[in-house]
Design a protein around this ligand. Structure first.
Ligand code: COA
Ligand code: ZN
Length: 308
């Protein structure tokens, strides 16, 4: 059966912007719960400045414990620079993701670098990670629109993607950081990208700000993309991109896939347990667009059978 490969980014993108602190132990519990539901790939944390993102200050603790308790799990970690890479390496990371935004201002706001610097640092970081024998993902952030500069030119996205592939990145992650894309835009950009990137090296990362996350993912599926980032409960958002809401929810992509004849290996009812746990940890109601319906199905399944 044709399948979608979902990387659940809730432990990183999902938690990096939350007002309520979540302990390292609770982050690990959330990841355990995802694994129990069948998730085989996560973005576990980020090795960024704890001053910039205090929520990820426990990156080393989370990753080193995770590698022991979930040795089979594909656990990538975000690193913005060589310092982050070395911290990740010391904690045992086997896969990292660099983050290169497609506009000048977004790089300045996110990682305090010019576009030129960010591209160079991302290249150096990918090369150094490969030297450590790590797998690498390269995010191209704000690949549709930038909250500061407006529409992002496709040519820019193509050129930066090529640069990261030339540096040896194993996977490109085209990110709709503020969730402004539409299915037609996705179709056109993905078509153009697939002329230079093999489909098994291309992942898409959507945010659901305007309610189009799943529709956008489907537009990419129709062009041949099978790799997606998503976040359980739809939590997430970049603290440095104003207006960005949560990621497209993992449960929405899994339901979309299941109902379209694509396997994911993820069990929806078990995934709801992870949504419930995230709710308990963050102290507020969560869930993607499908969550209310999924919960009703769960409630029905739990109702005692009528006596005959
Ligand atoms: N991890 C931990 N600390 C780091 C670090 C990293 N990857 N990179 C730099 N630092 C520390 C430096 O050691 C220095 O510490 P000091 O003040 O105690 O001496 C301090 O941070 C400043 O270093 P500098 O190189 O000048 O960084 P900066 O202030 O220009 O910030 C980044 C650059 C990239 C470190 C910071 O902007 C960042 O972490 N951004 C991440 C944003 C993010 O996570 N966005 C969401 C995901 S896309
Ligand atoms: Zn994101």
């Amino acid at each position: 059966m044709d399948r979608l490969i979902i990387t659940d980014v809730s432990p990183r993108d999902g938690l990096q912007n939350q007002p309520k602190a979540v302990s390292a132990q609770d982050k690990l519990r959330l990841i355990d719960c995802l694994v129990s539901a069948g998730v085989r790939s996560v973005e576990a944390t980020s090795f960024v400045s704890p001053k910039a993102v205090p929520q990820m200050a426990d990156a080393s603790e989370v990753l080193s414990a995770l590698l022991v308790r979930q040795p089979e799990l594909r656990s990538s970690v975000l690193v913005p620079n060589l310092k982050g890479l070395e911290r990740a390496h010391a904690a045992g990371a086997r896969e990292i993701a660099v983050v290169l935004a497609a506009t000048e201002t977004m790089n300045q706001k996110n990682i305090n670098m010019s576009l030129q610097q960010a591209a160079e640092v991302s290249e150096q970081t990918v090369l150094a990670a490969r030297g450590h024998g790590m797998k690498t993902r390269a995010y191209i952030a704000v690949a549709f629109d930038c909250p500061f500069e407006g529409a992002t030119a496709l040519e820019r996205v193509m050129a930066l993607s090529q640069r990261m592939l030339d540096a040896g990145a194993d996977e490109l992650v085209i990110a709709d950081t503020i969730g402004s894309a539409s299915p037609g835009m996705v179709r056109d950009r993905v078509r153009a990208l697939l002329e230079q990137v093999p489909s098994d090296k291309l992942a898409l990362h959507f945010h659901d700000t305007r309610g189009m996350g799943a529709a956008n993912a489907w537009a990419a599926v129709e062009q041949g993309v099978r790799r997606f980032d998503a976040s359980t409960g739809g939590i997430g958002g970049c603290p440095f991109a104003p207006g960005a809401a949560g990621n497209v929810a993992t449960e929405d992509l899994v339901l979309m896939a299941e109902r379209s004849g694509l396997a994911t290996g993820i069990d929806l009812m078990a995934l709801l347990n992870a949504v419930d746990l995230a709710e308990a940890l963050l102290g507020r109601p969560l869930g993607g667009r499908s969550a209310p319906w999924l919960r009703r199905q769960r409630d029905k399944a739990r109702e005692p059978a009528m006596p005959s």
